[in-house]
Design a protein around this ligand. Structure first.
Ligand code: GLN
Length: 536
C-alpha cells in the first residue's frame, strides 16, 4: 500500500518546500523506495503556461507535455525520474474538473460546494499517483502558506485524507522559520508555535517540523519547539542555510529525517542510503580545477528563476568537467551592433536563451553574429536556435530582411515560421508543440558524437519551426541541420561547420539534465568554453 507524505509551509513563503521535498525523496529513494513528488498550486490559472516568468519563474515542461511549476524541475534533477501532468495540479484545474462534471450532470441535482466536491477532487488527485502502482511513497507539496485563504481547501482535504486512510499511512511535515533576532541575539520559536497552532485549528497535527534557520538549533530550542508544538524531539529537524541546494539531502540525512519518516510510516529502514554518486557529484562541484565565464543572453534576466533549469544544467555540466561555471546574465534588449563587443568580451561562451515575443530579439541576433565571427562557443536554445538561423540568413545567406514570422509576419524571408498544420491548431486555441518528441541525429555530426547515439528524445515548448524551404541553402553554406524529427521532418538541431562549438537546439535540453545524468550538450558546451578559456 502506498504511503503519503504531505509537506506544508508556515510563517513565510520561499522557505524551500520544493528542495526539502526533493531532498527527502532522494533519501528515501536511496534506501530503495520508489518515490514521486506532487505539487498543488493554490492559484486559479489552469497551469503556469500562461504565467509571466517574471512573477513565477520558469515554466517546466514534462515528458507528457504538461506546463508545470519549476519545482518539478528540482524533483527530476534530484530523483532522475520523470514527472508527468499528474505531478502538478492547480486550483484552476481542480475547479475546472468539478465544473465540467457539474455540466455533465454528474452531481445529480446536488448543490456543488467547496466541501465536499472541491475537497473530493483534491483527494482524487492525491490518490492518482499512489494508485498507479508505480510508487511506494508519494510526497505531496502544498503550495502557499498555512493561513492563506487559497490554501484552506487543500488543508481540509489533507485532514480528511488522513482520517480516511488510517494512522501510520500518512504524515504531515510542516516547514517553518526560526528567525534570528540580532538585537536579542536569539533564535525565536514563536512564529513557529503560531503557525502550528493555525494548522491545529484546521484539524492537523504535524508529525515533523522542519525548521529553516540561519543558526544551529540548540538542544534547548529543540526541546521548546517539541513541547509547544506536540512533536517528538527527534521530529524537530534543523534545516540550516546551505551553500548549494545539492547539500540539503546530506544535511537532512544528518538530521535523520529519513529514519524518522520511515519509523512514523511503519516502513522498514531497508538498506543504508546509497549516496556515493551524489557525494561524488558534490566533491566535483566543490573542488573545481578550472573556471569559465558564460554569458546567458535573455530577456528575463532580472529574475534568475526564469532560467532555473539552464543554470542548474550548468551546475551539473560544470561538476562533470570539474569546472566552476560563472553565469553572467546579459539583458538582450541592451545589446546593439555598437556595444556587443564591449558587453560580450571576456566571456568564454554564450548561451542565447529561450523566450517569446519581439523584445530583445535584435540584441540576441547581435550576440550571435559576434560569437559566430569570433569563434566563441555558442549554444542556442529554442528561440536562441531560431535567432541563430535568422542571423545566418541575414549575414551569411545575404537574405537581408530574413526573420521569424513571430517577430515580423511580413518578412520576405520567413526562415522560421509556422507549419500549415500548426496554423490550424493555433486557430483552434493556440497550442504549442509541447513535451517529448523523437529526433534522429546525422551520423558523424557533432551532436551524434556528443550524445553517443543517433536516436534521441527531447522536450519541446514552442510554436515556430525551421522553414524547410531554406534547408538546402543552409546546408550548402555550412549551418547544417543535424537533428531531424523522423515523424514530420522538422529540423531540431543545427550546427555550424568550422566553428569550435556552435549548436542550436529547437528543443529544451535543460529540462532533462539531472545530477545523475548531466546533459551531453551542456557538458560539451562547457568543455568547449574551457578550451576557449585556455587558448586566451
Ligand atoms: N517563441 C518561439 C516559438 O514559439 C520560441 C519559444 C521558446 O524559446 N520556448 O517558437
Amino acid at each position: 500500500m502506498t504511503k503519503y507524505i504531505f509537506v506544508t509551509g508556515g510563517v513565510t513563503s520561499s522557505l524551500g518546500k520544493g528542495i526539502i521535498s526533493a531532498s527527502l525523496a532522494k533519501l528515501l529513494q536511496s534506501r530503495g523506495y520508489r518515490v514521486t513528488i506532487q505539487k498543488f498550486d493554490p492559484y486559479i490559472n489552469i497551469d503556469p503556461g500562461t504565467l509571466n516568468p517574471y512573477e513565477h519563474g520558469e515554466c517546466y515542461v514534462t515528458e507528457d507535455g504538461a506546463e508545470t511549476d519549476l519545482d518539478l524541475g528540482h524533483y527530476e534533477r534530484f530523483l532522475n525520474t520523470p514527472t508527468s501532468k499528474a505531478n502538478n495540479i492547480t486550483t484552476g484545474r481542480i475547479y475546472q474538473n468539478v465544473i465540467n462534471k457539474e455540466r455533465e450532470g454528474a452531481f445529480l441535482g446536488k448543490t456543488v460546494q467547496v466541501v465536499p466536491h472541491i475537497t473530493d477532487e483534491i483527494k482524487r488527485n492525491i490518490r492518482i499517483l499512489g494508485e498507479s502502482g508505480d510508487y511506494d511513497i508519494v510526497i505531496t507539496e502544498l503550495g502557499g502558506t498555512v493561513g492563506d485563504i487559497e490554501s484552506l481547501p487543500y488543508i481540509e482535504a489533507v485532514r480528511q485524507f488522513r482520517w480516511e486512510n488510517g494512522s501510520g499511512n500518512s504524515l504531515v511535515i510542516h516547514l517553518t522559520l526560526i528567525p534570528f533576532l540580532a538585537a536579542a541575539g536569539e533564535l525565536k520559536t514563536k512564529p513557529t508555535q503560531h503557525s502550528v497552532k493555525m494548522l491545529l485549528e484546521y484539524g492537523i497535527q504535524p508529525d515533523i517540523l522542519v525548521c529553516r534557520t540561519e543558526h544551529h538549533l540548540t538542544m534547548d530550542i529543540r526541546k521548546k519547539i517539541a513541547l509547544f508544538c506536540n512533536v517528538n524531539i527527534n521530529a524537530v529537524i534543523e534545516s540550516i542555510d546551505a551553500s548549494t541546494i545539492y547539500d540539503v539531502p546530506l544535511l537532512m540525512l544528518k538530521e535523520q529525517l529519513d529514519k524518522t519518516v520511515l519509523t512514523k510510516l511503519k516502513l522498514p529502514h531497508k538498506i543504508d542510503p546509497a549516496l556515493e554518486n551524489w557525494k561524488d557529484f558534490l566533491g566535483r562541484l566543490k573542488n573545481p580545477t578550472s573556471e569559465v565565464k558564460i554569458g546567458l543572453v535573455g530577456k528575463y534576466v532580472e529574475l534568475p528563476d526564469a532560467y532555473k533549469s539552464i543554470s542548474e544544467s550548468f551546475i551539473h555540466a560544470g561538476a562533470k568537467n570539474e569546472c566552476k561555471v560563472h553565469v553572467e546574465y546579459i539583458p538582450s534588449e541592451q545589446l546593439t551592433p555598437e556595444n556587443a563587443v564591449e558587453k560580450l568580451k571576456g566571456l568564454h561562451g554564450v548561451l542565447v536563451a529561450p523566450g517569446f515575443g519581439e523584445r530583445g530579439f535584435e540584441g540576441k541576433i547581435e550576440a550571435i553574429r559576434y560569437v559566430r565571427e569570433n569563434n566563441i562557443p555558442f549554444f542556442g536554445i529554442c528561440l536562441g536556435m531560431q535567432c541563430a538561423v535568422v542571423e545566418f540568413a541575414r549575414n551569411v545567406l545575404s537574405l537581408k530582411d530574413a526573420s521569424s514570422t513571430e517577430m515580423n509576419p511580413d518578412t520576405p524571408h520567413p526562415v522560421i515560421g509556422m507549419m500549415e498544420e500548426q496554423k490550424k491548431i493555433v486557430l483552434k486555441g493556440g497550442t504549442m508543440r509541447l513535451g517529448a518528441y523523437p529526433c534522429d541525429l546525422k551520423k558523424g555530426s557533432k551532436a551524434a558524437n556528443f550524445y553517443g547515439k543517433t536516436h534521441i528524445s527531447e522536450r519541446h515548448r514552442h510554436r515556430y519551426e525551421f522553414n524547410n524551404d531554406y534547408l538546402k541553402d543552409y546546408e550548402n553554406a555550412g549551418l547544417t541541420p543535424t537533428g531531424i524529427n523522423p515523424e514530420n521532418n522538422l529540423v531540431e538541431i543545427v550546427e555550424l561547420k568550422n566553428h569550435p562549438f556552435f549548436v542550436g537546439a529547437q528543443f529544451h535540453p535543460e529540462l532533462k539534465s539531472t545530477v545523475a545524468n548531466p546533459h551531453p550538450l551542456f557538458i560539451n558546451f562547457v568543455a568547449a568554453s574551457m578550451a576557449y578559456a585556455r587558448k586566451k
